[in-house]
Ligand binder design. Structure first.
Ligand code: SF4
Ligand code: SF4
Length: 93
């Protein structure tokens, strides 16, 4: 039983370390939508807990847009949800 607790502890420690590293690495970054690749599927929008993204529709069709850039923590959670390579993290200007 102790082995299970130690294993869980190690996994928790690794998870915290990974997230802290990712946060430090992306401190000055922000999400960006590549309009030409975006289908407006909304998968990224459902994933973002900070409600940074929104879908807009115009003559070119549906696509995601960064509505609240100040709220983006550059966590990267939305990146893994996009199957169309339409999101990337860029340096904040
Ligand atoms: S990087 Fe994180 S905070 Fe920024 S839009 Fe994606 S999920 Fe939201
Ligand atoms: S998951 Fe990708 S394709 Fe879908 S709305 Fe978001 S950026 Fe666009």
């Amino acid at each position: 039983m102790n082995v299970v607790y130690v294993g869980l502890g190690v996994m928790f420690f690794l998870w915290i370390s990974f997230n802290l590293h990712r946060k430090r690495k992306n401190r000055n970054k922000i999400i960006c939508v590549v309009d030409s690749n975006c289908t407006g599927c909304r998968r990224c929008i459902k994933r973002c807990k900070h409600h940074v993204l929104e879908v807009v529709e115009d003559e070119a069709g549906k696509r995601a847009t960064v509505k609240y850039p100040d709220k983006c923590s550059a966590c990267g959670d939305c990146l893994g949800k996009c199957k169309f390579n339409a999101l990337k993290l860029i340096e904040r200007v």
